[in-house]
Design a protein around this ligand. Structure first.
Ligand code: UDP
Ligand code: MG
Length: 309
């Protein structure tokens, strides 16, 4: 039984030694014959790559794949899954926010309790700016309302999987990757573990508010077509309103032709409103077309710049 840890790293030079130490500490408690760590250097601009090369020289089970530039965490996850050889594969962050001390319990759930995959979620969002928590909650409520793929609030990408689950995920080679959705979409018998939110050990988060907002749109567009239906619905609704208005105005015109002169304010409001709704619907349409456009180009999800033997 071999366990692979997949660790996406983007400018994580500060935490890598801490991470390595933590994995070493937990190793004796892991009931697996072999352990390998696949670090994915996501085009870091600091010393991350040289540290990983050093790790690999000291210990051949610490492997790495390095990208030619920053492709994002989703690409790093995909690359890691492709390069991992283990029967059990675990995704985790380098910054210690996914505590390695949880690994023995996760492995146990797969080996003893017959689960195919073990997911983790944060029981609290403490230590996070309140505004970020608020938007996160809104996002989960919204997407779970409109998508058949139900996402778990607070779920992290810290996840242990058996080989068949990994194969199922690798069989989804889509370019616009939203892992939280993909994990749920493939299904399998899943156990959820909860833990308290941990602050990152060193370095800083790579996710700005805008990056997260963009990521949430990615999730909605990748896993739901409801916004498209919403656009058609708004169109229909406006048509019905227009027909009623036409009848009312026509009748009024014949009863008293002079009233039409008073309509300037309402006319301008209507033009603005309908113009807005039209642009919104075109925008929604555009989002899906853009995703389809990127998808049909069939560009590689990442490009390898170098890797360990
Ligand atoms: N990460 C990555 N590529 C990126 C951004 C982040 O591989 O473009 C990695 C990062 O090195 C870390 C993990 O993804 O191991 C989570 O990132 P971070 O801790 O910044 O996110 P947060 O925990 O704040 O959500
Ligand atoms: Mg983090």
């Amino acid at each position: 039984m071999k366990l692979s840890l997949i660790v996406p790293c983007y400018n994580e030079a500060e935490v890598l030694p801490i991470f390595r130490k933590a994995v070493q500490d937990v190793r004796p408690q892991l009931r697996v014959d072999e352990l390998e760590v696949v670090f994915v250097d996501d085009g870091s601009r600091d010393a991350t790559l040289s540290i990983l090369q050093q790790f690999n020289r000291e210990d051949a089970s610490l492997r790495y794949v390095s990208f030619s530039r920053n492709f994002g965490k989703e690409a790093a996850i995909y690359a890691g899954l492709q390069h991992a050889a283990g029967d059990l594969v675990c995704l985790m962050d380098a910054d210690m926010q996914d505590p390695p001390s949880l690994l023995p319990e996760m492995v146990g759930a797969c080996l003893d309790e017959g689960y195919d995959t073990v997911g983790t979620r944060r029981s609290t969002r403490s230590g996070e700016p309140p505004i970020r928590s608020f938007f996160a909650r809104c996002f989960y409520r919204f997407i779970n309302h409109i998508s058949d793929t139900k996402l778990v609030d607070g779920a992290r990408d810290y996840r242990l999987m058996r080989r068949p689950v990994v194969a199922a995920i690798l069989a989804m080679p889509e370019y616009n990757r939203f892992s939280k959705g993909i994990f749920q979409w493939v299904g399998y018998k899943t156990k959820w573990l909860e833990y308290e939110n941990v602050e990152r050990a060193a370095g800083e988060t790579k996710w700005s508010f805008w990056k997260l907002l963009k990521y949430s749109f990615e999730g909605i567009i990748s896993f739901s077509t409801v916004p498209l239906a919403l656009a058609s619905f708004m169109g229909m609704l406006l048509c019905v309103i227009a027909m009623v208005t036409i009848v009312v105005l026509a009748v009024r015109h014949f009863l008293d032709p002079m009233t039409a002169v008073y309509g300037w304010t309402s006319l301008v409001c209507l033009i603005m409103f309908i113009g807005g709704v039209q642009l919104l619907c075109m925008g929604i349409l555009g989002q899906y077309i853009a995703k389809a456009y990127l998808e049909v180009k069939k560009r590689p999800i990442y490009i390898v710049g170098g890797k360990s033997e």
